[in-house]
Design a binder for this molecule. Structure first.
Ligand code: UD1
Ligand code: CA
Length: 464
């Protein structure tokens, strides 16, 4: 985020004011409301990430309840924090920022609990502030509880009236105030000190600046958000869950438009970003977290959880695989029930079968780890076959050590490879071996107890 004034001239200076002082009593939580998560990300972080795309000169967050928690959670952002010790209303909340607010330029006024407003809508809102003030409004079926937009005979905005102050006639107005505005800083400096709390709620209403602007002859332009949900606020866990669903289905429909097939658009979650190629199929109950990338023709069966991973073209994930920070080449088969842990790299056409765990390991082209293995801190070459139940013993209780398995090696089932150790090219390890020393190229290593045979041996019988 830009914290310094760059090429902007005075009138282009953009400030952002985010109101986040509310406690969110209805959440019934020890956490401040703006730290509640939508798609695994705090509500406020959604707003801040969007703000990050707007090239603002200053972003001011008005905090109150749980300020320290909010500040430490948002440590990665360059922000100006202003405390509002008492929540005396939205107008008061903006007023407390005036000391920090530049005299020039414009401000976007946003809310920490209205997480999904988009960069595109906010840019349009800025562009529509040609005379001092623009705002986002929407005509809805049920306006109850929200501020209503009053217009004159010519359709010009004259005022905003809150639900509790509205006459019966005003209550019938269906155009509502989103609470999101773009206002010239000069007007905020002029109007906010004049607000009064002479209204039904005895609050300093930010909405009262509309009347003041109209009295100054300013034509306030209202636009609608690109998507209705962009202005939805979150007050309780029911609204939070509803907005989560709305957000998920919005993301899914965008991916559908790009050629992704979902078995059921209602049974997938994208908690981060997902880029996908064409003809990708995603079965039910798949969860994506962080930043994930899928190539073309990737097929993902039910119940997979994929986090911060890249998956190449034509990979096939069988049910219930868990991938975390994995990089997967093209044509790789994985699962069912495989666990790819951080820094797993699978080359093209390799295969990871059921109940296999990998960590910080590279598996070369066409190599197979088909059943019941743990491969950690390993570099596996091309064309290697790792038999069922093979374990790389990478940890001696203190240190982690590496296992190297060269091209075309064959590891017999149920072998333990005690690292640090190297298995040479085209070497073979006999089943059940405990390999503690390097195996040379083209060599067979067998390291296990010899079979003992006792003919006619009697099993013990129960003593009386
Ligand atoms: C406000 C608008 C209303 C609009 C509605 C949209 C006013 C007077 N009314 O109503 O026209 O339709 O939003 O949701 O502005 N906040 C503070 N400090 C305060 C008061 C509020 O930081 O002293 C924050 C809250 O945390 C919240 C936001 O401002 O994020 C809105 O406050 P809220 O009380 O929900 O406003 P409403 O009365 O619903
Ligand atoms: Ca509200």
């Amino acid at each position: 985020m830009n914290t310094t004034s760059t090429a902007n001239n005075n009138s282009d200076i953009l400030s952002i004011i985010i109101l986040a002082a509310g406690k969110g009593t209805r959440m019934k939580s020890a956490k401040p409301k703006v730290l509640q998560t939508l798609a695994h990300k705090p509500l406020l972080a959604h707003v801040l990430d969007t703000c990050g795309q707007l090239n603002a000169d200053k972003t001011i967050v008005v905090y109150g309840f749980g300020g320290e928690q909010v500040q430490s959670a948002m440590n990665d952002y360059a922000l100006t924090w202003v405390e509002q010790t008492e929540q005396l209303g939205t107008g008061h909340a903006v007023k407390v920022t005036l000391e920090e607010l530049p005299q020039n330029g414009k401000s976007l006024i946003l809310y920490g609990d209205v997480p999904l407003v988009s960069e595109h809508t906010l840019k349009r809102l800025q562009d529509n502030n040609t005379q001092g003030m623009s705002m986002l409004t929407l005509t809805v079926d049920n306006p109850f509880g929200l501020g209503r937009i009053k217009r004159d005979a010519e359709g010009k905005i004259t005022a905003i009236v809150e639900q509790k102050d509205a006459s019966e006639a005003e209550q019938k107005i269906c155009e509502i105030n989103s609470g999101i505005y773009c206002v010239d800083n000069a007007l905020l400096h002029k109007y906010l000190p004049k607000l009064s709390n002479d209204n039904a709620q005895q609050e300093y209403y930010l909405t009262d600046i509309v009347k003041m602007a109209v009295a100054d002859g300013i034509n306030i332009i209202a636009i609608e958000p690109t998507f209705n949900f962009e202005i939805d606020g979150v007050n309780d866990r029911i609204q939070l869950a509803q907005l989560e669903r709305t957000y998920q289905s919005h993301q899914v429909s965008q991916l559908q438009q790009q050629g992704v097939q979902f078995a059921d658009p209602n049974r997938v979650d994208i908690r981060g970003t997902l880029q996908a190629g064409q003809d990708v199929f995603i079965d039910v109950n798949v969860v994506f977290e962080g930043d994930c990338v899928l190539g073309d023709n990737v097929y993902i069966e039910a119940g997979c959880v994929i986090k911060n991973s890249q998956i190449g073209n034509a990979c096939y994930l069988k049910p219930y695989c868990v991938l975390d920070q994995a990089t997967v080449g093209a044509g790789v088969d994985i699962g069912p029930f495989a666990h790819l842990r951080p820094q797993t790299v699978l080359a093209d056409n390799s295969k990871i079968g059921n109940f296999v765990e990998t960590k910080k390991s590279t598996i070369g082209k066409g190599s197979k780890v088909n059943h019941l293995s743990y491969i950690g801190d390993a570099v596996v070459g091309e064309g290697v076959n790792i038999g069922a139940g093979t374990i790389t013993c990478n940890y001696d209780g203190v240190n982690k050590s590496q296992t190297i398995i060269d091209d075309n090696a064959f590891i017999g089932s149920n072998s333990s490879l005690v690292a640090p150790v190297r298995i040479g090219k085209t070497a073979t390890v006999g089943a059940g071996s405990v390999i503690t020393k390097d195996v040379s190229d083209d060599t067979l290593a067998v390291a296990r107890g010899k079979q003992v045979q006792k003919e006619g041996w009697q099993r013990p019988s129960k003593s009386k």
